[in-house]
Design a protein around this ligand. Structure first.
Ligand code: PLP
Length: 533
């Protein structure tokens, strides 16, 4: 490869007072003997790359040694780091920065890859996912139009269809069926893209001046990203209907209640616009009945989006097909392969039935964006017209690698291993009469609580008791780390099994910690209650 004829330098062209000029100086390399910092030097990259891979491999190998949640206090890191960036790199700057990652940063991390991390839905990791990210960063293309990176655009079109088929999505959402998909960073972006498409489609029908009449719908369990998207899309804050859910329905959105809410709005002269249904809610993995909700929405001309950020990965297993019954009627669907499908952060996959609605809302026609006339009419897309941002990452490469290297069967095995462990954990909870499983387990999240004995206050003290239990469980070293949900007034512990490194023994250990802490708390409370009479 030919070297560049000139380069930017940061050599000592010092001013009188010894200060360096603020901006780099451009010089012709052959005439001046100046040091050229080639920051894409292939040999240096090889050397640093080996250091990084060794570093990460050691991190994975020692993951079990780290306490999953650090015991640090706010400011612990800011107090030890310099307040300014270095003017010049020190000797072996990269090596010493890596050492700081090891000595300063890792001890202050919550280790999401820890086998004892059960608090949140997983940040799914695999070696192929991590190396896919490295390839994306190294190749570093910007596939905003087909012409800007033909192979990246076409790979994305192929891989979203591969993934859609692997998840058993209906043909109507795939490119092969007239729909299509794309890879974004997060579900928040996906919902916003779908919502502005629905908004513009509706306003084209009823007139742009009626934006203040539009109403959107979700349940009280829908992720906050939907409310945020509604605000950004210009929906009035009091036009977001959060339909109440109930324990008796396992916190799923009721079609009857939805119909009542929509009809009330129609009667008030408002315009129902958009429903965000969820398959696998964040707190308890409730599953909204997609088909029935679509029927209600259709009668009011409402766009339906299904958010399956976490549970979408489970659709790779055919035994979960029933949770998306009616999916052929939805307008858009999104899920996060970075949550549970071995595709390291970040990646949200979104599919739409009518890509033209996305393009109508988000497309741009500026001349300065390179278009390629040869691509016109050949069924390829300019992904900048499907999303909010112009600059985009080549995420399709990572998903392609994950699908090629693990295969659909490998992904099923991965999901099923977590499902088996979750089932075992649930069984252990049920076998101890002091505890109860609060909501039906659909996937690999178990929501449970300690029953509060009548003599200790019964239901009145149950939430307080379980708050205390969670605190004590999370104070255990080296783990586990769990979280809580508070739904319908019931405080419960969440044990989300999904870390790639989690094995049965970690789940058994976690349960033992829960039992031990519960016994200690109950003992203490009994003593206090007996002293108080
Ligand atoms: N929707 C659901 C159901 C989620 O559980 C989450 C996060 O856990 C989100 C949306 C937000 O996802 P993202 O961070 O990709 O925007």
């Amino acid at each position: 490869m030919a070297p560049p004829s000139h380069c930017f330098v940061t050599v000592d062209v010092a001013t009188d007072n010894g200060a360096l000029p603020a901006a780099p100086v451009m010089v012709d390399a052959p005439q001046q003997k100046l040091q050229c910092p080639n920051v894409l030097d292939a040999e240096e990259f090889r050397r640093q790359g080996h250091q990084v891979i060794d570093f990460i491999a050691d991190y994975y190998a020692r993951m079990g040694d780290y306490p999953v949640h650090p015991s640090v206090t706010p400011g612990f890191l800011r107090d030890v780091l310099p307040t300014d960036a270095p003017r010049r790199p020190g000797p072996d700057a990269f090596g010493s920065a890596l050492q700081d990652v090891r000595d300063l940063l890792l001890p202050g991390m919550t280790h999401w890859q820890s086998p004892r991390h059960f608090a949140h839905f997983p940040a799914s990791s695999s070696t192929v996912g991590a190396l896919g990210e490295a390839l994306i960063a190294g190749i570093n293309v910007v596939p905003f139009t087909w012409a800007a990176s033909p192979a990246a655009t076409e790979l994305e079109m192929v891989v979203v269809d591969w993934l859609g088929k692997a998840l058993h999505l209906p043909e109507s959402l795939l490119f092969t069926g007239g729909g299509g998909g794309t890879f974004l960073g997060t579900t928040c972006e996906a919902i916003l893209c779908a919502l502005v498409s629905a908004r513009d489609q509706k306003l084209a029908e009823i007139g742009g001046n009626r934006i203040g009449d539009l109403v959107v719908y979700c349940s009280d369990q829908t992720h906050f990203s939907f409310r945020k998207a509604a605000r950004i899309a210009g929906i009035q804050r009091d036009h977001c209907r959060e339909v109440q859910t109930y324990h008796g329905d396992m916190f799923a959105l009721s079609p009857t209640e939805l119909q009542a809410a929509m009809q009330a709005d129609v009667d008030a002269g408002l315009v129902p616009l958009f429903l965000c249904a969820t398959v696998g809610t964040t707190q308890t993995t409730a599953v909204d009945p997609v088909g029935e909700l679509c029927a209600v929405a259709a009668s009011h001309g409402v766009w339906v989006h299904v958010d399956a950020a976490y549970a979408g990965s489970a659709l790779v297993c055919p035994e979960f097909r029933h949770v998306i019954d009616g999916m052929e009627f939805v307008d858009s669907f999104s899920m996060n392969p970075h949550k549970w499908l071995l595709a390291n952060n970040d990646c949200c996959a979104m599919w739409v039935k009518k890509p033209c609605a996305l393009v109508a809302a988000l497309g741009t026609e500026q001349e300065y964006i390179l278009k390629d006339a040869a691509a016109e009419g050949h069924g390829v897309v300019d992904y900048k017209d499907w999303t909010i941002t112009l600059t985009r990452r080549f995420r399709a490469l990572k998903i392609w690698l994950v699908l090629r290297c693990y295969g659909v069967d490998g992904l099923r095995d991965h999901i099923r291993s977590h499902l088996r462990m979750a089932e075992a954990f649930e069984g252990m909870v049920r076998a101890d009469a002091r505890f109860e499983v609060v909501t039906e387990r659909h996937f690999a999240l178990v929501c449970f609580r300690l029953r509060s004995p009548e003599k200790l206050g019964g239901e009145k003290t149950a939430n307080q008791l379980n708050r205390r239990l969670l605190e004590e469980v999370n104070a255990a070293t080296p783990g586990p780390y769990m979280s809580s949900a508070n739904v319908g007034g019931i405080y419960m512990l969440r044990c989300a099994i999904g870390s790639t490194l989690t094995e049965e023994r970690h789940v058994n250990d976690a349960w033992k910690v829960v039992q031990d802490r519960a016994s200690a708390i109950l003992r203490k409370m009994e003593i206090i209650y007996s002293v108080l009479g």
